[in-house]
Structure formats: structure tokens, C-alpha cells
Write a protein that binds this ligand. Structure first.
Ligand SMILES: Cc1cc2nc3c(=O)[nH]c(=O)nc-3n(C[C@H](O)[C@H](O)[C@H](O)COP(=O)(O)OP(=O)(O)OC[C@H]3O[C@@H](n4cnc5c(N)ncnc54)[C@H](O)[C@@H]3O)c2cc1C
Length: 392
């Protein structure tokens, strides 16, 4: 193992865009500057791989760097600062010590990956990690990818994968419609202009009416609406069918079936984190919800004794298959039947609530606090089965 010492006025740790720009500036003032980066090639997260050659900004900065006196130490990971003014780093050949006057840390950001049910399954990986693998040469052409999580990286990753031939069957964003709309205002003028400019929001006409009534910014209001039961479209080499599901959780629900990819996007009709959020005031009903879940099941297929068949993307929660939709549908049917039975013998809402008709499902879907409690669900079921019922 070799060991060497180098002395510089300025050491920059990290050779991404920030590190390159700061090193070039420091060198322009006549200082002896070095960049240490643990990757074999400079460029950091965004400019790694072929992007260094294809992105004009990357090309311009790399050529400024080459023309400068900055010394480059790729494949060099800084791991220790034994005393102020010295850094220890490791390379494939051994250890390097850097003595420095000033230190610039440009070590970038990391993807924050939170565990969720199913995160250890085969082929589940961080969005940024998949992007990094593709940049490093992993073939993605023709592969079906669901990009899920939150934040602007999702759009950048989806757009990048699509450009490299992946079939992006869905981008599932956890953030609310309102915060996405706020982000869209920034995005259309910024980094993500491309994916957003080419995206058309399609929805049932009732969605547009509701969003316009709520004075939602124009860019978040569907630009293409439909009134019929079924809307068809050829998109990305897939046959896409949208089915209107009247009076499910609201009066504007659709399910979207990507036939070639064999994926159904269920929206909030399937919310695996809680009871369905039936918004009776805005046209939701328990009967419509059950019909919508049955409509999903009329289109799913299953893989015997395996994870597979049709994927169903829920509004919230983990990626599902037919089995999870069956369980959810059965739960709603059982609760509906219990409430219906009590209404038939004249029970009031208060009596239905007191009977704890959801007790056996509460540990899985119930909540006593938050925007959608168990009580609210029972009330929505009761009211949608007996709209004129006494509510005390
Ligand atoms: C997985 C991932 C994917 C991303 N994809 C995009 C995208 O597609 N588009 C976009 O605009 N933004 C993306 N980002 C955000 C991205 O971080 C910034 O756009 C941009 O790369 C930030 O530049 P930077 O120079 O600050 O850091 P980075 O580009 O992250 O560069 C930091 C460099 O420092 C190195 N480093 C860190 N610690 C050490 C150490 N101890 N010793 C030596 N070297 C070290 C790293 O290996 C890296 O090469 C992504 C971020 C992540 C985490």
C-alpha cells in the first residue's frame, strides 16, 4: 500500500458541478487548488456518465477545468481529518494525505430512502439509484418502471428513464395536488420544464368543474376531459383506457388501465393506508366505491403462487396486486352489509357507531385522529346508504 503527501492552498472535496465551479474560481485567483472525488470520473450525481459529454453546461465546465491549473484526484475518498489543515483519503493504491490552507466541501446531496412495506422485494430500488445505474450503462429499454415517492427528483428520473427507452407506467407522488401545483409554477420555467410541458392532465369533466370552483391554478386543471364511461388513448406504445367510476369516493373518479404494461392506477378508490375516504358531500357513496373496486377486479389477472399479474397502483400505500384489492373490496362489502343490516332494523347513526361495525379492521385501516377517522368512514357509509337518516 502506497502513502503520499500533497500540499495545496485550497482542497475541494467533491467533483460535481459545485466542486468544479468552486475549484475553477479558486484557481483563477492564482491559488494551488485540488479536487478529490471518490468517483472514477468527475461530474457528481447529475453529470455522471454520458451526460458529461451530452450536456452543454457540463462540457463547458469540464473544458474550463481542463484549461485551469486545478489538480484532479478522482477515485479518492476523503475519510478523515486527523488535525486541522490535513485530510486523509483512500484510493485503490493506498492512502493520500492532503495538507491545505482552505477546505471547500462540495459533497452534494444524498437520496433519502424511507423503508415501506415491500421495499425489500426484487426490483424495488431508489429512484436516484436506478438513474445512477442507467447512467453507468444498465439497459432499461422496454422495461416497465413505476416511479414513486415525493419531490422533484421523481419527474427528473421519470423523464430520464423514458428518454432511455423505459416504459414509465406511473409516477406516484405523495404530495398533495396543491403543493404539486405550487411546484409546477416553478417547474415550467425551470429544470423540469420538459416533462411537464409535454404532460397532459386527463380527467373526468367533474374534476375540472370542482378544481375550477376551487380556483386551482390553471396548470393543475385537466386540459383534456371526458364525459363518456370509457376513454381510450394510444400513448407510449401502450393502449390506455380510462373508466369513469361514478360516485365512488367522489363524483370524479377514474381508474386508468395500461393494457400492455398490465397496470391499473386506482387513485383514491384504493387507499391501502386507511378506510376509503368516501366524500359523500361531493358525490361519493359506498355502493359506488364497491362497484369501482369490482370494476378493477374485472380487469386484473393474477400469478398463481407468486408476486405478479396485474399491478394495481393505489392512491396511497404500497404497490398492490389482485389479492390486496380483493381484501380491500371484501372489507368495504362487509362493513356496508353490517351498516345496512342495522339500518334495516331502524338503527340511528349513533347506534351504528356504538356497535363498532369496523372493529376487526381498525388495526389495519382505522384512525382516531387525522383527516379521515374511523367514525367519519362509518358516518359516510351510513349516510350514503340512508341519506335521509337521523344522524343522532
Ligand atoms: C441519486 C441522485 C440523483 C440525482 N439526479 C438529479 C438529476 O437528474 N437532475 C438534477 O438536477 N439533480 C439531480 N440530483 C440532485 C443533484 O445532487 C444536484 O443536481 C447536483 O448534482 C448537485 O451538485 P453538487 O456538485 O452539489 O453535488 P454532487 O453532484 O452530488 O457531487 C458531489 C460529489 O462529491 C463526492 N463525494 C462525496 N463525499 C465524498 C468524500 N468523502 N470524498 C470524496 N468525494 C466525495 C460524490 O461522490 C460526488 O461525486 C440528484 C441527486 C441524487 C442524490
Amino acid at each position: 500500500m502506497r502513502s503520499s503527501n500533497s500540499q495545496f492552498d485550497v482542497i475541494v472535496v467533491g467533483g460535481g458541478p459545485a466542486g468544479i465551479a468552486s475549484a475553477v474560481s479558486a484557481a483563477q485567483s492564482g491559488k494551488r487548488v485540488a479536487i478529490a472525488d471518490d468517483n472514477p470520473a468527475l461530474g457528481g450525481q447529475i453529470w455522471r456518465g454520458e451526460t458529461v459529454h451530452s450536456d452543454p453546461a457540463a462540457r463547458a465546465w469540464i473544458s474550463k477545468l481542463r484549461e485551469s491549473s486545478v489538480q484532479l484526484f478522482p477515485g479518492t475518498r476523503v475519510f478523515d481529518q486527523p488535525v486541522p489543515g490535513t485530510l486523509n483519503a483512500e484510493t485503490l493504491d493506498g492512502r493520500v494525505a492532503f495538507d491545505y490552507g482552505k477546505l471547500i466541501l462540495a459533497t452534494g446531496a444524498r437520496e433519502r430512502f424511507l423503508p415501506f412495506p415491500g421495499w425489500t422485494l426484487q426490483n424495488v430500488m431508489g429512484a436516484g439509484a436506478l438513474q445512477a445505474l442507467v447512467k453507468a450503462g444498465l439497459p432499461i429499454q422496454g422495461k416497465r418502471v413505476v416511479v414513486a415517492g415525493t419531490g422533484p427528483l421523481l419527474l427528473a428520473v421519470a423523464s430520464y428513464l423514458k428518454k432511455h427507452g423505459a416504459i414509465v407506467v406511473a409516477v406516484c407522488e405523495q404530495a398533495s395536488r396543491a403543493s404539486l401545483a405550487a411546484f409546477a409554477g416553478f417547474a415550467v420555467t425551470g429544470l423540469f420544464a420538459d416533462p411537464l410541458r409535454h404532460a397532459t392532465i386527463i380527467a373526468h369533466n367533474n374534476v375540472t368543474n370542482r378544481l375550477q370552483d376551487a380556483k386551482t391554478p390553471d396548470e393543475a386543471v385537466p386540459g383534456d376531459t371526458y364525459l363518456e364511461d370509457r376513454r381510450r388513448k394510444s400513448h407510449n406504445g401502450d393502449s390506455v383506457e380510462m373508466f369513469y367510476e361514478p360516485n365512488a369516493v367522489t363524483d370524479g373518479d377514474s381508474i386508468v388501465f395500461f393494457r400492455r404494461a398490465d397496470v391499473i392506477v386506482a387513485g383514491n378508490i384504493l387507499d391501502l393506508t386507511r378506510y376509503p375516504m368516501i366524500d359523500a358531500k361531493n358525490g361519493g357513496s359506498v355502493e359506488g366505491e364497491i362497484k369501482a373496486l369490482n370494476d378493477i377486479l374485472n380487469r386484473t389477472n393474477y400469478e398463481h403462487e407468486g408476486e405478479g399479474g396485474t399491478y394495481v397502483v393505489p392512491g396511497h400505500g404500497f404497490l398492490a396486486d389482485e389479492h390486496e384489492v380483493v381484501e380491500y373490496r371484501d372489507m368495504v362489502v362487509i362493513v356496508r352489509d353490517r351498516v345496512k343490516g342495522m339500518i334495516a332494523i331502524g338503527a340511528t347513526l349513533a347506534q351504528v357507531k356504538a356497535a363498532r361495525v369496523t372493529a376487526d379492521y381498525d388495526t389495519r385501516y382505522g384512525a382516531n385522529t387525522g383527516p379521515w377517522t374511523t367514525e367519519m368512514f362509518v358516518e359516510a357509509v351510513y349516510n350514503s346508504l340512508k341519506p335521509a337518516a337521523k344522524t343522532n
